[in-house]
Design a binder for this molecule. Structure first.
Ligand code: CP
Length: 333
């Protein structure tokens, strides 16, 4: 079982799970659990979490790639904590006039920001923005590198549904090569004491040398399933497939999660998918909408996890501001 380290959070940025400890992950998930009632529809029309821990704070959603779940749930998370949210739309911004993203971030920060949530197609861009600004930066997904809040919400869903995050066997199946979700889950779940197996055709198990952790792989989903407590299906990311070609029918024969195939997994095994889903490709409707699927529960967990991430990171950033006399909001005495 993974060791628990003392509670506490000192990071003003959340850029990836590669650097987080098991104790930090547990602390964030425990905080998300406290916010969970505010992630559900039943309480959605209540006032911000008393006493509005992020009241008068401003969060920028700096999304330079498409998103439904991450952008929406960061927005709802910030608003339910009492913060204002500004939506940046790359397609109608001055990025079109060759302004750099770092200049964009610095300029909007100069209008008064407490956090930037960034999604970008370039690996490491959230890290570069974090070096360029004073406020908190949270990675909403960078290329095939990391998607930390997705993995944290996956872990919250796993913990809620299976009761623990240690000694689980989780197969992550499909287009691993292009997946930031697979990488962040590998870092997070292994730190929590679980086993992660990347499963897919050889083509999708190439290009994993960037991963800074031991990687277990298999090309045989049917052989791996009987060991699995959870199966996380990944979207085939056609938009990242320049120069990659494969036979869709072969792929389905080997890797599509069907009800018949799922029956090979451990009794009570759950099915996850980060979304968006290619229905009828990596997963059948019957499984995606079936009793073992926790796909929509993952989405609810996403609001709670993002509430926790914003609360903890902005809290750490404000402690830093207070301890820096010349900080942006600090006053010289
Ligand atoms: N899982 C996920 O990141 O979904 P979006 O691309 O819709 O944000």
């Amino acid at each position: 079982m993974a060791k628990k380290t003392p509670a506490g959070w000192t990071r003003k940025h959340l850029l990836g799970l590669e650097d987080l400890s098991a104790g930090e992950i547990t602390h964030l998930l425990d905080t998300a659990e406290k916010f969970f009632p505010y992630a559900t529809r039943a309480l959605a029309d209540k006032p911000p979490v008393p006493p509005g821990p992020l009241a008068n704070r401003t969060v920028l959603n700096l999304f330079c790639e498409d998103s439904t779940r991450t952008r929406t749930s960061f927005t709802l998370a910030a608003e339910r904590l009492g913060a204002r949210v500004v939506q940046f739309h790359a397609a109608t911004s001055s990025l079109k006039k060759n302004e750099t993203l770092l200049d964009t971030a610095r300029n909007i920060e100069a209008m008064g920001l407490d956090a930037i949530v960034i999604r970008h197609s370039q690996r490491g861009m959230p890290h570069a923005v974090a070096l360029a600004v004073q406020c908190s930066v949270l990675n909403g997904g960078d290329d095939a590198h990391e998607h930390p809040t997705q993995a944290l919400l996956d872990m919250l869903a796993l913990r809620q549904k299976l009761g623990r995050l240690y000694r689980l066997t989780v197969a992550i199946v499909g287009d691993i090569r292009h997946s930031r979700v697979a990488r962040s889950n590998l870092y997070g779940l292994s730190k929590m004491g679980s086993r992660v197996i990347f499963v897919g055709p050889p083509l999708f198990l190439e290009g994993l040398s960037d991963i800074a952790a031991p990687v277990e792989t298999s090309t045989d989903l049917d052989a791996i399933l009987p060991e699995c407590d959870a199966v996380m299906m990944l979207r085939v990311q056609f938009e990242r497939h320049e120069g990659v070609s494969f036979d869709l029918e072969d792929y389905k024969r080997g890797y599509q999660l069907t009800a018949k195939r799922l029956a090979r997994a451990k009794p009570g095994a759950i099915v996850l998918h980060p979304g968006p889903i290619n229905r009828g490709l990596e997963i059948t409707d019957e499984v995606a909408d079936g009793p073992q699927s926790v796909i929509l529960h993952q989405v609810t967990c996403g609001v709670a996890v993002r509430m926790a991430a914003l609360r903890l990171c902005i809290g750490a950033m404000e402690r830093e501001r207070r301890s820096t006399p010349t900080g942006r909001r600090g006053r010289k005495r």
